[in-house]
Design a protein around this ligand. Structure first.
Ligand code: PLP
Length: 386
């Protein structure tokens, strides 16, 4: 039985074209980009070509792209780097309650070190209220960090409007765009952000490679200290092959994301409609309209998400209960709780995220087994009344 992978928000398979771009780097272009002889120069050229492709996808200048070891590192750098460089001006940071842990736990760390953080609430649709942002700004605010779209429930945040509000007050704006780059339009110029994080493995590139966009002229401290790589801003001998793969993934998406986005959106809506038709007592989590084209997240009353996940796995279907980072812990998703869901609803949630290899047939297969699985679980649930 062929497996059905529906967890593209957790990670994606490396595309064949990406692998093809990486293999010759491992085999032949193994020089250290900091070396001045030919091997080094060749590796350096690989980096700069990848930088151009990566920049192009988000409409940045190549010199505004800094490669990192992950999306998590890019988030850490943006927030700690701004906090450190601007602490003379103020100690207040604004973010949201639904950020990825890479942002949330970084902010919590800063709170233990003299910074004050405001966590903006979200509505039931998982979207912030811009009025809350305006009200949260203080004289001491130095950074606003709001994710472009949420990894669990797919809600898309109004970052352009939020960045404008921050800019009017002379406050820097960061966005975690790990879930949106290559899926919906991401344009750093048009959205007016100062810093933007993204990651290769969420867009069919290799794991362990990310990037931080830093708008030209932005004053930010380094996260790591060491050599002079990445124009003295991010030391470490570069992951040349990984970066080449990242560049290739971005180059491919540059021409494909819009068409692929439309295809996924129609599959997503077919799946949402199918689940709502065939399974009673379900709630769609997140916004119906302002939603990533590949995200489906439902709560199934009187079901444990984990149990659903295990039963689906028996049919070869891979999904996610809460975010991957939560799968080892019993605490319900902070994102669902932030949308006002109660603990039971949060525990009964299941996320499906679609991608390049998703077909209509796969969705039909999911729809052919899910109603039975839910029924079976509810049959054993002591408090399901229907
Ligand atoms: C996956 C993800 C990250 C972390 O990126 P890594 O490259 O896995 O460290 C950060 N933010 C969001 C929204 C994500 O989905």
């Amino acid at each position: 039985m062929a497996r059905v992978y529906m967890d593209y928000a957790a990670t994606t398979p490396v595309r064949e074209e990406v692998l093809e771009a990486m293999l010759p780097i491992y085999r032949e272009t193994f020089g250290n980009p900091s070396s001045i002889y030919s091997y080094g120069r060749e590796a350096k050229r690989v980096l700069e070509e990848a930088r151009e492709k990566t920049a192009k996808l988000i409409h940045a200048k190549p010199e505004e792209i800094f490669f990192t070891g992950s999306g998590t590192e890019a988030d850490n750098w943006a927030i700690k780097g701004i906090a450190s460089a601007w602490k003379g001006k103020g100690n207040h940071i604004i973010t949201t309650t639904i950020e990825h842990h890479a942002v949330l736990h970084t902010c919590e760390y800063l709170e233990k070190n003299g910074f004050e953080v405001t966590y903006l609430p979200v509505g039931q649709d998982g979207i912030i209220d811009l009025e809350d942002l305006k009200r949260a700004i203080k004289d001491t605010t130095i950074l606003v960090s709001i994710m472009h779209a949420n990894n669990e429930i797919g809600s898309i945040e109004p970052i352009k409007e939020a960045a404008e509000i921050a800019k009017e007050k002379g406050i820097l704006f960061h966005t975690d765009a790990v879930q949106t780059v290559g899926k919906i339009k991401v344009d750093v110029e048009e959205s007016g952000v100062d810093l933007l994080s993204f990651s290769a493995h969420k867009i069919y590139g290799p794991k362990g490679v990310g990037a931080l966009y830093i708008k030209q002229g932005t004053v930010i401290d380094n996260l790591l200290h060491g050599g002079a790589q990445e124009r003295k801003r991010r030391p470490s001998t570069e992951n040349v092959a990984g970066i080449a793969g990242f560049g290739k993934a971005c180059e491919l998406l540059e021409t494909e994301w819009e068409t692929e986005g439309k295809r996924l959106l129609s599959l997503r809506d077919k799946m949402i409609e199918g689940i709502e038709k065939s399974v009673p007592d379900v709630v769609l989590n997140g916004s119906r309209e302002q939603r990533l084209p590949h995200n489906i997240n439902f709560s199934f009353s009187s079901c444990e998400g984990e149990a659903l996940l295990l039963l689906l796995d028996l049919y070869g279907i891979c999904a996610s209960a809460g975010s991957a980072c939560n799968s080892a812990s019993k605490s319900p998703s902070h994102v669902l709780l932030a949308t006002g869901a109660n603990i039971e609803t949060a525990h009964g949630s299941l996320r499906f995220t679609l991608g390049r290899n998703t077909t209509k047939e796969e969705i039909d297969r999911l729809l052919s087994v899910l109603p039975e699985i839910v029924k079976k679980l509810r049959g054993t649930a002591p408090f399901y009344k229907n």
